[in-house]
Design a protein around this ligand. Structure first.
Ligand code: HEC
Ligand SMILES: [Cu+2]
Length: 307
């Protein structure tokens, strides 16, 4: 049996069991009726044939149609409410970035730790995964957690889980993505909290993700335009995350991760009201990993506030 290693897993398994159970009951009833009628009304049998009494034709027909409708509606409600609850990420979730590429998973922790084809997480802590791809469509699939989410180029998708049992669980790519698709696997290492704390203090020489972003912000020349003393007129990026920005086409955009991603790689897509579309695209200059770092920096408390 597949291990149940997340808070979601038992719910999915109950749903599966319910669906299989119900299907089995329906199959039994239908089979009994088919065989029963086949025997009873076989050629030459003395069973009564001819018109059914009116009450059977009407009431029985109405009855089983209504009953099936209610069962179907109940199943829909039950499955849909579980599905939608999976979109409500707990507010205190730890955020981890995933960048997929042919053929590996690159993981970036908020404290700057990086991993490839492995993800270390503490047990009992909700983890929100913000994912994107550098090339083609991949899919992040952890059977033991019962989560599967497509990972798309040029877009951020997210999923979350709360691991319930320490151990190492398989990670698969579940969307055919080229020659070595079958080797695009990894391990989710769920650790007790103290072990995780020790792990996350070790091996990290890069500084926090936001710190790496701040360095990139200077290296890539963002400060040349977005800095306080810049000569080009560009909006200040201090405290920008979560704000509603007016756009030059008269609409508004909420500054979230996808907005920042596109502002950096496709600046002509949404131009801020009152500014000229002079920002160059960083497509091909900043990798998806760099963009993850820049976003972490712009989201941090003093992000974008560069003299
Ligand atoms: C040549 C000057 C220039 C450079 C270099 C530049 N930008 Fe911009 N940026 C602009 C201008 C002008 C705008 C406003 C017009 C627009 O939205 O395209 C802007 C808009 C933005 C926005 C949207 C801001 C908002 O208020 O909604 C973000 C985010 C951003 N830039 C990030 C960056 C990052 C990160 C870098 C470095 C990788 C960078 N920019 C480099 C000039 C620049
Ligand atoms: Cu893949």
């Amino acid at each position: 049996m597949l291990p149940e290693a997340s808070t979601l897993a038992p719910h999915i398994d109950h749903l599966l069991l319910l669906l299989v159970g119900l299907s089995a009951v329906i199959i039994c009833v239908v089979s009994v009726l088919i065989f029963g009628f086949a025997i009873r009304y076989r050629r030459g049998s003395k069973a009564r044939r001819g018109r059914l009494p009116d009450w059977i034709a009407r009431d029985v027909e109405l009855g089983w149609t209504a009953a099936t409708l209610f069962v179907a509606l109940f199943l829909f409600w039950f499955a849909a409410s579980m599905e939608t609850s999976q979109y409500e990420v707990p507010a205190d979730a730890m955020e981890v970035h995933v960048v997929a590429k042919q053929w590996m998973w690159k993981i970036e922790h908020p404290n700057g730790q990086r991993e490839i084809n492995a993800l270390h997480v503490p047990v009992g802590v909700p983890v929100r995964l913000v994912m994107t791809s550098q090339d083609v469509i991949h899919s992040f699939f952890v059977p033991a957690f019962r989560i599967k989410q497509d990972v798309l180029p040029g877009r951020y998708t997210e999923t979350w889980f709360n691991a319930t049992k320490p151990g190492t669980y398989h990670l698969f790519c579940a969307e055919y993505c080229g020659t070595d698709h079958s080797k695009m696997t990894g391990g989710i290492v769920v650790m007790p909290k103290q072990d995780y704390a020790r792990w996350s203090r070790g091996v990290n020489t890069h500084g926090t993700l936001a710190g790496q972003g701040a360095r990139l912000f200077r290296q890539l020349g963002c400060t040349g335009c977005h800095g306080e003393s810049a000569r080009v007129r560009a909006p200040s990026l201090a405290g920008i995350f979560g704000r509603k920005q007016p756009m030059s086409d008269g609409g508004f955009k909420t500054v979230d991760e996808a907005y920042l991603h596109d502002s950096i790689l496709r600046p002509q897509k949404d131009v801020v009201a009152g500014y000229k579309p002079v920002m160059p695209s960083y497509q091909g200059i900043a990798s998806e990993d760099d963009v993850v770092r820049l976003i972490a920096y712009l989201k941090s408390p003093n992000g974008g506030a560069v003299e």
